[in-house]
Design a protein around this ligand. Structure first.
Ligand SMILES: *[C@@H]1O[C@H](CO)[C@@H](O)[C@H](O)[C@H]1NC(C)=O
Ligand SMILES: *[C@@H]1O[C@H](CO)[C@@H](O)[C@H](O)[C@H]1NC(C)=O
Ligand SMILES: *[C@@H]1O[C@H](CO)[C@@H](O)[C@H](O)[C@H]1NC(C)=O
Ligand SMILES: *[C@@H]1O[C@H](CO)[C@@H](O)[C@H](O)[C@H]1NC(C)=O
Length: 431
């Protein structure tokens, strides 16, 4: 199952050097303020490689993914469940969405949720079971289709020293799996008797949830086999070469609009944002073949400060002044779409992104404009209170500017990264 590779790769990215890191692995540094993003980007960049496998890291091809055989032999009450599955090939493992990724590298703690829209299992079964009054006997091919196969994993580790080298050793991974719907076909039940075979398959499919609960520990055990692979990874102490994104320095913006009795003229400059490194990726949907990336991010707390200049009239409220501004935002969230195309420059192919499409929102906000009305304390406090009482309205006025400043900045960053790589290196062909 996909998870093994994902975990190994996450660990590789985060822990850094494992001997010489192959060029196609983009190492993320433990103190990278944009760690979740870096890991997710690395996984996306690696997807085409995962499809065909990375033999030198013992990462098998994802498409199709060969699973180790599984056998189950369990009796409880009138139920006796004995089944062997072998030669299983899984397809669909490379199509997935990372719904949430929460690394806490300092504590060696990783939590992530993954969803595969469609997963197909095909292999051989050998079954000899009795479940209540339903008997199942036979051997042949089996086919299992699952929609929205999802899992949530928590991986915790300790750094241990062995022979003077530090290793990261993971405790048993906690996994919870689930799915939306599934259908199975067991061929050749009862020596191929068509009537009995169809009846048994129908009975299983009518109770697929119960079967899944029977097999759940088995699934989870297969997923857990990752523990055998992971301890080989070494803890690196790599140098940082990622520019600081916390604090994040943004270019200025200015707004000058009139409508009815409202005139809004605002200039913001030297904008510095802190808190950008603390975030949760709520969803990321890459479509690498179309150079399309969509992600939703939430920052619990963002603090913005800078210089402002304002000369506005909003209904009866006049605002005039020049000084520092401070803004606290909780649950600052954005939903972004980044689309690119492959361009050829000097005979080399690069991925170039169009300006990102972005929608932002927030939970609550609180602003302080210093030195309004030349520092008049009464007028200044009155105006700040009025703004904060209507912060949502102000935000709506300024939203297009914020979205423009942020998306320009993010698009530039993304293009800086893709400019330095040849397209084929970043997204190699899978064959
Ligand atoms: C499953 O395999 C085990 C050994 O691999 C074997 O002992 C057992 O009989 C098999 N079960 C079935 C139902 O074929
Ligand atoms: C540590 O050294 C001992 C003795 O040389 C050796 O048996 C053991 O395998 C080594 N452990 C690791 C993890 O390399
Ligand atoms: C699984 O899906 C494929 C493709 O849609 C279909 O041909 C096949 O019959 C399905 N098998 C089962 C067991 O539902
Ligand atoms: C922002 O939060 C900080 C820390 O909680 C606080 O000291 C400051 O007064 C807040 N500023 C505004 C404008 O709410």
């Amino acid at each position: 199952m996909k998870i093994n590779e994902l975990v190994v790769l996450i660990c590789l990215f985060v822990m850094g050097k494992c001997g010489t890191v192959p060029s196609y692995i983009h190492v993320c540094y433990r103190d990278d303020p944009q760690l979740s993003k870096c890991i997710t980007n690395s996984i996306i960049a690696l997807l085409p490689r995962l499809r065909v496998g990375i033999p030198e890291l013992n990462v098998p091809p994802l498409e199709p993914l060969a699973l180790p055989g599984a056998s189950l032999d369990r009796t409880s009450g009138s139920t006796h469940f004995k089944v062997n599955l072998s030669n299983t090939l899984v397809t669909g493992a490379s199509e997935f969405t990372i719904l949430e990724l929460k690394p806490k590298v300092a504590q060696n703690y990783f939590r992530f949720k993954v969803n595969h829209p469609k997963i197909y299992y095909n292999g051989d079964h050998n079954i000899d079971s009795k479940i209540l009054f339903l008997e199942l006997k036979g051997n042949g091919k089996y086919h299992l289709n699952i929609t929205n196969f999802a899992y949530e994993c928590i991986l915790k580790g300790d750094v241990i020293a062995e022979n003077g080298t530090k290793h990261l050793k993971f405790q048993k991974m906690e996994i919870k799996i689930g799915f939306e719907s599934a259908t199975i076909l067991l061929e050749n039940l009862f020596n191929g008797d068509p009537v009995l075979g169809k009846a048994a398959n129908d009975a299983i499919n009518d109770n697929i949830g119960l079967f899944f609960e029977e097999l759940r520990p088995n699934f989870e055990q297969v997923l857990n086999s990752v523990n055998a692979l992971v301890p080989r990874l070494k803890v690196g102490i790599p140098e940082l070469n990622v520019p600081s994104l916390d604090p994040l320095i943004l270019q200025g913006t200015s707004l000058d609009t009139s409508s009815g009795s409202t005139h809004l003229k605002v200039k913001l400059a030297n904008i510095q944002v802190t808190g950008a490194s603390d975030f949760t990726i709520l969803e990321i949907t890459p479509k690498v073949s179309k150079n399309y990336f969509r992600f939703k991010v939430n920052h619990p707390n963002i603090y913005v400060e800078g210089d402002y200049e304002i000369d506005s009239k909003i209904l009866i409220l006049e605002l005039k002044g020049k000084g520092r501004f401070h803004l606290n935002i909780t649950d600052f969230a954005y939903d972004s779409i980044l689309k690119g195309e492959v361009v050829t420059e000097n005979g080399v192919k690069h991925l170039k992104f169009e300006k990102m499409k972005m929608k932002i929102g927030f939970g609550s906000g609180n602003i302080l404009l210093e030195n309004l009305f030349n520092g008049d304390p009464v007028l200044g406090k009155g105006a700040n209170d009025a703004i904060n009482d209507n912060i949502g309205t102000f935000f709506e006025e300024l939203r297009p500017n914020f979205e423009d400043v942020l998306s320009t900045r993010f698009t530039d960053t993304a293009n800086k990264i893709t400019e330095t790589f040849e397209y084929e290196d970043l997204f190699p062909k899978s064959s």
